[in-house]
Design a protein around this ligand. Structure first.
Ligand SMILES: Cc1cc2nc3c(=O)[nH]c(=O)nc-3n(C[C@H](O)[C@H](O)[C@H](O)COP(=O)(O)OP(=O)(O)OC[C@H]3O[C@@H](n4cnc5c(N)ncnc54)[C@H](O)[C@@H]3O)c2cc1C
Length: 480
């Protein structure tokens, strides 16, 4: 359970129990989908569905920073693309921060929004040049950047900071939106499994129920369809490990380094209680998976004691090859927002604005920058590595030493299919198939979080095989 998990409210919406017809359907109730519904709330015929519950996707597991200082993104965009694209991205992120502030202030949402200094730092000497390049770009854009000592005791060879950025509690923000939107048609535990386009309208299937819509917005993090978008070929999945501890000192600061693996920290203050959130050990899920040592590595790196820890969790996000999200129309009134590159608090808000503007027929200044078919060569930059690493992950997952991940696991072949039997601390057996229904990769047992995780496209299943994160549309439960 993440630090934010305890803020999820009891208020639930009902499951879709009849066929319906709407003008606009939003699929996914994370920060992207719910904020899109907020922007479209004046529209008469709009509804939102979520496969699980609002906020329980990737948004629940974020760090919750609202910053435009995002590693060394600007100098990279400037070097690999051009200055104009880097400047536009900077403006888009600043605009996203203004937009969310505007919503929070207008609607008086209590989500612990706080203005803090946001740092980037060189955790290794060789990264000092990256910090200098980023500093140089920001100064040319008249951003007030300061060189400062990092307010955390981790190795830092150089750090810069800006002062006009924020942190917040993402689940309290979604709770606030839920309250404002409570009279809108929102259906939870309603997973869209298929979309068909016929006679200029979409039929979206959720088990035996249908939603007919003129426009569909797919805001479900990883799209559950492959064509025509081919996302796996132009992106990879990055996973990171987070630990929250209690502390008695509060500093208005959030920090991230500029190399791999990511090192990221922030404070969170809820009333009198102060927490620190630490993140590191990030990796491409196709390359590495051993979840047993991953949290141990975070603990050791930051020198954390077990008794201080209040929450441990992991999170994944989609990293696109050209480092820009995909936001816009996929085809014929089918819209999508994905590949938010671990900056989905700002990019999710931006997606909501761009997509709701598109539905309202308003031009958005950033629609061109993030459009789906942008056809630059950087979009396909890692095509070959993506194919190779995914193939290695796929083949490797078939030969992994499955027992190695837990002493309480047994594997068996039943009718040619592998099943896994996990015995919990009460000796109760949990039996699942071990192949991901999405693409057929073999799942990896995540001992720490007691989930089955897909190394290829980040689907996750609980101990009893229920799919708790897509793109898989199906469970892996085994019935004797
Ligand atoms: C370790 C880590 C730290 C991060 N920290 C930050 C940060 O500090 N700042 C920042 O800006 N960004 C951060 N991010 C990125 C950010 O958390 C994500 O990009 C963002 O939360 C994605 O939001 P979303 O709404 O697109 O997806 P989600 O929150 O995953 O929402 C998608 C919803 O769609 C639903 N869904 C899925 N499939 C279906 C279906 N078939 N039918 C119906 N519903 C479906 C799911 O149940 C889910 O609720 C971080 C990411 C990681 C990995």
């Amino acid at each position: 359970m993440s630090l934010w998990g305890k803020y999820l409210t009891e208020k639930k919406f009902e499951k879709l129990n009849k066929d319906i017809r709407v003008n606009t359907l939003i699929i996914g109730g994370g920060i992207t989908g719910l904020t899109t519904l907020y922007y479209l709330k004046e529209k008469e015929s709009v509804c939102l569905v979520d496969a699980s519950f609002i906020g329980e996707g990737v948004t629940k597991n974020t760090t919750g920073k609202l910053t435009y200082l995002q590693e060394d993104i600007y100098s990279n965009l400037e070097k690999n693309r051009n200055t104009e694209i880097a400047v536009q991205y900077l403006h888009s992120q600043k605009q996203a921060i203004s937009l969310i502030k505007e919503i929070i202030e207008k609607e008086k949402i209590d989500c612990d929004l706080e203005r803090v200094d946001s740092y980037i730092f060189a955790s290794q000497e060789k990264d000092v040049k990256k910090i200098e390049a980023e500093n140089n770009f920001l100064k040319r854009q008249k951003i007030n950047v300061k060189e400062k000592i990092l307010p955390f005791s981790v190795p830092s060879f150089k750090a810069i900071c800006v002062e006009d950025t924020y942190v917040f509690n993402p689940i309290k923000y979604l709770n606030g939106l839920k309250e404002i939107l409570k009279l809108k048609p929102i259906y939870e535990q309603t997973k869209i499994q298929k979309i068909e386009f016929k006679n200029n309208q979409y039929t979206c299937y959720a088990n035996d129920k249908k939603i007919i819509a003129n426009q569909v917005i797919v805001a479900c993090h990883y799209p559950f369809f492959l064509f025509p978008f081919l996302l796996p070929l132009k992106s990879h999945i990055e996973k990171s490990y987070l630990i929250a501890t209690k502390t008695d000192k509060y500093k208005k600061a959030s920090c991230i380094n500029v190399s791999n693996p990511s090192i990221s920290m922030r404070y969170y203050k809820d009333g009198n209680q102060v927490y620190q959130i630490f993140l590191t050990n990030s990796h491409n899920t196709a390359v590495k998976q051993n979840d047993k040592t991953n949290f141990e590595n975070v603990k050791q790196f930051f020198g954390l004691k077990e008794e201080e820890i209040v929450a441990k969790w992991s999170n994944v996000d989609i990293i696109t090859d050209d480092k820009l999200p995909y936001i816009g129309e996929l085809k014929d009134n089918l819209y999508i927002a994905t590949g938010l590159n671990t900056w989905g608090m700002t990019n999710g808000i931006l997606s909501a604005k761009i997509l709701s503007d598109a539905i309202k027929g308003i031009d958005n200044p950033y629609q061109e920058l993030f459009k789906i078919y942008r056809n630059n060569r950087y979009q396909w930059k890692s095509l070959l590595p993506n194919v190779i690493t995914s193939t290695i992950a796929f083949v490797g997952s078939k030969f992994q030493k499955k027992k190695w991940y837990s002493n309480n696991l047994m594997f068996k072949k039943v009718n040619g299919k592998t099943i896994a039997i996990y015995k919990d601390e009460h000796k109760k057996e949990h039996i699942v198939y071990t192949t991901c229904p999405h693409f057929g990769c073999s799942l990896i047992f995540n001992e720490e979080e007691k989930t089955w995780d897909c190394p290829c496209h980040s689907s996750r299943f609980n101990l009893d095989g229920k799919c708790i994160k897509g793109p898989s549309l199906y469970d892996i439960s085994y019935k004797k």
